[in-house]
Design a protein around this ligand. Structure first.
Ligand code: SF4
Length: 222
């Protein structure tokens, strides 16, 4: 389905307005019930509108040529009987027919190794779900602040490495307790993480954000 830009802008504006009108339910509930000051709420709204503006200004010319398939799609697949869940931000097909899986980013700095792991997982899902050869799938991070697109072309070899990693990590999880795994708190993820109640690192990052320093840094730039 090809989307008309005006129609897409209107839909996006409507969604933001609806979320804002129901902010006490929509935002606070998503953020594990955390109470958020009005000042912070306002900054979040401005931030989301800025990202949306960036999307239409810098990224629509690129995505407007794609065929839309799905967005915010939660699904699962299995690797050697191990169930893996993943949620893709946007799935499209480009003009050459390649499946394109995009992952939104809103921070300036990213960890390339973790990104590649995540993008390879999306490629396995895409191949499983649509039947495309993994080497015909394009995965990419799309930075909504800068408009930068970092493309990643999975190979059979990179996919095999990720599958082995999944098997290895699963074995480790079976043999150990959660304390042996490194927590990687990021404010955007911790706020809505369903493991927050059990995660000391995540709670610390939320407490930090309650002082607003970190959260405002996220919104302002890093
Ligand atoms: S709450 Fe803990 S497990 Fe969840 S995203 Fe944050 S650091 Fe990771």
């Amino acid at each position: 389905m090809e989307l008309d830009e005006t129609e897409a802008r209107k839909k996006a504006d409507d969604i933001i307005s609806r979320i804002w009108a129901e902010r006490n339910h929509q935002i606070i509930e998503i953020m594990n019930g955390l109470m958020i000051e009005d000042r912070m709420m306002n900054r979040m709204r401005i931030f989301s509108e800025t990202l949306l503006h960036n999307f239409f200004r810098m990224l629509w010319p690129y995505f407007g040529l794609h065929k839309y398939i799905m967005h915010e799609h939660l699904d699962s697949f299995t690797v050697e009987g191990i169930c893996i869940s993943c949620k893709t931000d946007l799935v499209t097909r480009d003009r050459s027919g390649m499946l394109v899986i995009s992952d939104w980013k809103t921070t300036r700095s990213i960890d390339i190794d973790k990104e590649n792991l995540q993008l390879n997982v999306y490629a396995i899902w895409g191949s499983d779900h649509f039947g495309d050869d993994v080497e015909k799938i394009k995965t990419q991070t799309v930075n909504l602040r800068t408009g930068e697109i970092n493309q990643h072309l999975p190979t059979k070899q990179s996919i095999e490495i990720v599958k082995q990693k999944i098997l290895l990590e699963t074995e480790r999880m079976k043999d150990s307790n959660e304390a042996t795994f490194e927590a990687i708190p990021t404010i955007e993820k911790c706020y809505s993480c369903r493991f927050l109640n059990k995660c000391g690192e995540g709670k610390k990052s939320i407490e930090y954000s309650a002082n607003q320093t970190y959260a405002l840094n996220v919104i302002d730039g890093d």
